[in-house]
Design a binder for this molecule. Sequence first.
Ligand code: HAM
Length: 458
Amino acid sequence: MVTTQGGRAPILSDLMARPSFQATPGTRDLFAPDTDRWRVLTGIFADEASRAGFGQVVTPMFEDIGVFTRLGEASDVVSKELYDFEDKGGRRLALRPELTASVCRAFAQNRQLLPWKSWYAGAAFRQEKSQRGRFRQFDQVGAEVIGSHDPDLDVELIALAVRFYEQLGLVVGAEGPTGLTLLINSLGDKADRPAYLSALTDYFNASLDQLSEQSQQTLAVNPLRVLDSKRPQDAELVAAAPVLADFISAEATAAFERVQQGLDALGITYTVDPRLVRGLDYYTRTTFEFAANSLESAQNAVGGGGRYDGLVADLGGPDEPGVGFALGIDRTLIACDEAGVFATPEVNVDVWVVCTTGGLEAVGIADELRQAGYSVDRSFDNRSMKAQMKAANRSGAAIAVIVGDGEAAAGTVSVRPMRAPSGDTTGGPAEAGQDAGTKQREISRPDLVGTIKELLQP
Ligand code: HAM
């Protein structure tokens, strides 16, 4: 906050003298150990996806705006929330609001062997009204498969997400805060859509004055999205609206049955929700969404996906079908917190180097032990022995390696266990000057790596 004398408005020089920047609304900073948890989560997803034959794809964070307008001009994501801009070369660009369109564009540009299975992790940007669980920059992990109509792939993708959530401690079908609900639906093929849309439009038009004003506007641009309305005023009409299932082709119906049989075979609990339309316009056939029991309904979707059997062609590629999903990392972690699962990992260093000689001993010891595979940290700025021991304790390090003038002259180091070896937390960190079961020992400097190895053995 800039303060000025005499209460006058801040002038430029005040602002230059004391800059006070905040992360812009809807964005945030993440620090360790939360970032450790983030990395573990992405690692679990990467392992699950690799085991299922998916390779990682990395696409740019911004693209020609046309890549994203294909998501549906009538969807909020495109019409209201896109961060679009013109670059210095006069190109109309946009920050990606999701990654599926970019993955399809990348495929159209660089053909891959089919079916092409890819996974990704990265940020997406939507200018939404920010609130808990709804950010303007958020992260997703996701997976996409291009090049197969087989509904068994829809099952494989849903199972991939389900098994991933299970590793975090969130269980599809479970009661209580650790539970997730899996909703599935079929939107049929594009050709099935016109008859349904006209039935839906006629239905809503017949009771137009009962619909909320926003839904009346939505009806004019995309009648399907009216089904997505969460406004209480629309609830009754939406509940009694015609359902797409009555309009979809025999082929699409059979595919949806196969998806359900696959989920049944895997013991994955789901609910068929005929009103699940999702917020992007590219979906055909199977759509699905995971909702967390522990989150409020406006932000309870922790992930979702479905088929998009025309998107690749729309982006200039061959007419290959696609299916995939994305899971919101930020929201998934909030759901984990609410459920009391997937706790932030405790990351302690193995060794803290305490050195009071003013020489280069700490530099050499830290480097040697890190090269030997141990995590090592140290104090800087020639602080006192007491201050350095305090820092060693605070760090949670298992061992302090201490070098004073005496040790340096004798070619030795002192090794002090600070807590029980990793996994055993019963002892807790020892106070500075105390031992944690084993006494401090002075050892010859060349024996350091061997001694650390011995002490850190579980
Ligand atoms: P989506 O449903 O728009 O689908 O987003 C997927 C997930 O991203 C949501 O369930 C939610 O967890 C998270 N998410 C979305 N918006 C926000 C936000 N503003 N703040 C925090 N988290 C958010 C897609 O993005 C599709 N690309 C999924 C897909 C892949 N369909 C087929 N393939």
